[in-house]
Each structure stands twice: as structure tokens, then as C-alpha cells.
Ligand binder design. Structure first.
Ligand code: AQP
Length: 332
């Protein structure tokens, strides 16, 4: 059975990059796979979180999944901290992960910045917990945005290290699924940086709950370059901001980048930005409105998460017990 595991951190500012890079693909995949969609609250704690906001953001991400079209009856939706096997397996994996592998992780370098000595152990060990998230369910496929590719490769390495250490083919090597026309949505203020929840500039990202006016304003103010709209894909080279906006339009309208470039060739950026705001508003209006409604319904969301955690535990428990047996941990 092909099984999917993927997740989003409840760190607030759920944005268009999270939607186009991950969530939108999950909605399509849910029909062909057994899917486990997690809200990775323990990952969120790798940087300081306000406790009340963490709770609210956890419900908000669950609301985003359902509003985007994930069926909570067919698929498992739960928050990571409800299934203790994630941290237990992460410890076992940390005992067979060489430091050299973690030292290569670019996300740690970016997030820790210049003050690496002050960064927390959790931030450093983040990819080990991520490997445990996936392998606790023996997931075979992991749909993510481009930024998570390196962490996925590490998860495969860790699965291989476990299998070699204990001389058996126990864990599958999970396959990344990185697809769509917007695998890496960039900041609206700087086309060289990815759109991110933690960017201090509100104008760098489109949040899924932004109002239509706010979306239009952010797109109008989005950085572009002084050249005219490109006439071909070749003319997009070294123009990251233009490529990003055209890529977002292509993804939202389900067209290729090439078709989108052709469509706006010869037009002005302001005309294109208006068209982009129109299509973005349609998607966001549909999903953002439903997100707002669902996240206020605590009884419903908490019920979905509770049932999801029970179903997740039912899969994880037996796998974890097998891991304990393989590693020789006594259950007297
Ligand atoms: N800019 C992006 N373009 C495409 N996909 C993206 N993803 C994130 N940013 C982009 C994908 O969204 C999923 C959930 O991401 P996450 O919550 O685990 O956080 P992250 O990858 O660290 O992304 P953020 O939103 O930028 O958060 P911060 O600011 O906390 O780092 C993943 O599948 C990811 O690939």
C-alpha cells in the first residue's frame, strides 16, 4: 500500500506558498493514496512560540487542510504531539545519525543565522524528527515543496542507516513528491528568498486569510523589474520577481508557465498584476473564508484532530513495537 505522510508547522501566517507548494497537491493525491496529514506542532517549538498562539495556529492549520478540500473522514488529520511515537522514534534515529549529515542541512544554517552557538538543539535535530514523522508510519511518499527536498534525502539516509544497522529491509525509503508549477513560491519583496511564514515583512507573502483588498494591495506593491513583460521563457532568465509572479498565476490557473508568458506578452506589468489579483482573490476567497469559519468551530476541529490521533496511533503503535523488538528494547 502506498502511504503518504506530510505536514505543516502551526507557526501562523499560513501562506500561498504553503498552499501551492504542498496543500493543493495533497488534495489531488488523497484519492490515490492512504494519506496522513499532520500539523507538526513539535517542529513549531524549535523556535519560540507563544503558547496561546500555538494552540490557535494548530486549529488554523487543521482548518486550512479541510477548507482546501482534504476530506477528514477519508484521510487522517492530527497534531503531532498527540502521538508520542514521533519523539520516541526520533530519539532512536538520533542515535544513528552522524553529525556530519546534520551539518549539511541548509535550513538550519539559514534559520540559525550567524549565531549558531545560540541555536537550540531542537532546531538542529529538526530533520531527525521529520524522518521519524514519516517513517513511524512507513510512509512511501512525501508531497512537499522544493525547500524540503534536502530533509527528505536525509530521511531516506536515516531509513537506510537503520536497515543496515539491523540487517533488514524494515523501513521503506520515502519518495519525495515535488510537483506543480509553484514548487518554490518566492517572497513578493525579494525574488531570491522563498515566501515564508517567518518573514518579518507582511508584504512579502500572501496569507490564505488575507482579504481581497489586502491581496490586491500586496500584488500591486510586489517588486518587479524595469524591463517590459517577457515575450518568452528565455526572457525570464535572471528576472526572479517576474518569474515568481508569472509562476503563481500559472499555478493558480492550472496553465504552464510558457502559456502564461505568452498570454501576457506585450502587456504592462500593472495589467498583469490586476489579472493576478483577480485569480488569487478567487482561490483565497474560497479557501480563506472557509478557514475562518472552521477555525472558530473548536468543537468540530478538536473532534477531527482527536479522531485523527487515534487512527494515527493505531498505525504507529505496532510499527514502533516492531522497532523496539528489532533494537532489543525490553517491554516486560
Ligand atoms: N515558499 C514556498 N513555496 C512552496 N512550498 C513551500 N512550503 C513552504 N514554503 C513554501 C511548503 O509548505 C509545506 C509546509 O511548510 P512548513 O510549515 O513545514 O514550513 P517551512 O517549510 O519551514 O515553510 P515556511 O512557511 O517558510 O515557514 P518558516 O517561515 O517557519 O520557515 C512544506 O511542504 C513546504 O515545503
Amino acid at each position: 500500500m502506498n502511504r503518504i505522510f506530510s505536514g505543516v508547522q502551526p507557526t501562523g501566517n499560513f501562506h500561498l506558498g504553503n498552499y501551492l507548494g504542498a496543500l493543493r497537491n495533497w488534495v489531488k493525491l488523497q484519492h490515490d493514496y492512504e494519506c496522513i496529514f499532520c500539523i507538526v506542532d513539535l517542529h513549531a517549538l524549535t523556535v519560540p512560540q507563544d503558547p496561546k498562539e500555538l494552540t490557535a495556529h494548530t486549529r488554523e492549520v487543521a482548518a486550512a487542510y479541510i477548507a482546501a478540500g482534504i476530506d477528514p473522514e477519508k484521510n487522517i488529520i492530527f497534531n503531532q504531539s498527540r502521538v508520542p511515537g514521533h519523539t520516541q522514534l526520533a530519539w532512536l534515529f538520533s542515535c544513528l545519525t552522524p553529525l556530519g549529515w546534520l551539518n549539511r542541512m541548509t535550513q538550519f544554517k539559514e534559520k540559525a543565522g550567524k549565531h549558531r552557538e545560540n541555536a537550540g538543539l531542537g532546531l538542529y535535530a529538526y530533520p531527525v524528527l521529520m524522518a521519524a514523522d514519516i517513517l513511524l508510519y512507513k510512509a512511501t511518499h512525501v508531497p512537499v515543496g522544493e525547500d524540503q527536498k534536502q530533509h527528505l534525502e536525509l530521511a531516506r539516509d536515516i531509513a537506510g542507516a537503520f536497515n543496515r544497522r539491523y540487517g533488514r529491509d524494515f523501513f521503506p525509503l520515502p519518495e519525495p513528491q515535488i510537483f506543480g508549477t509553484a514548487t518554490r513560491v518566492m517572497s513578493l519583496r525579494d525574488g531570491t528568498k522563498k515566501m515564508s511564514k517567518s518573514d518579518p515583512s507582511d508584504y512579502s507573502r500572501i496569507n490564505m486569510t488575507d482579504s481581497a483588498e489586502m491581496v490586491a494591495q500586496k500584488i500591486r506593491k510586489a517588486k518587479t523589474d524595469p524591463k517590459p513583460m517577457p515575450e518568452s521563457l528565455a526572457e525570464l532568465e535572471d528576472r526572479p520577481e517576474a518569474a515568481n509572479l508569472l509562476g503563481i498565476y500559472a499555478a493558480l490557473t492550472d496553465h504552464s508557465l510558457e502559456e502564461t508568458v505568452r498570454r501576457f506578452a506585450g502587456k504592462g506589468f500593472s495589467e498583469f498584476k490586476e489579472a493576478l489579483a483577480d485569480v488569487a482573490t478567487v482561490t483565497l476567497g474560497r479557501i480563506g473564508g472557509e478557514m475562518q469559519r472552521l477555525k472558530a468551530d473548536h468543537a468540530y476541529i478538536d473532534g477531527v484532530l482527536r479522531r485523527g490521533a487515534e487512527r494515527a496511533e493505531a498505525i504507529a503503535g505496532p510499527i514502533l513495537r516492531e522497532v523496539e523488538d528489532i533494537t532489543g528494547l525490553l517491554r516486560p
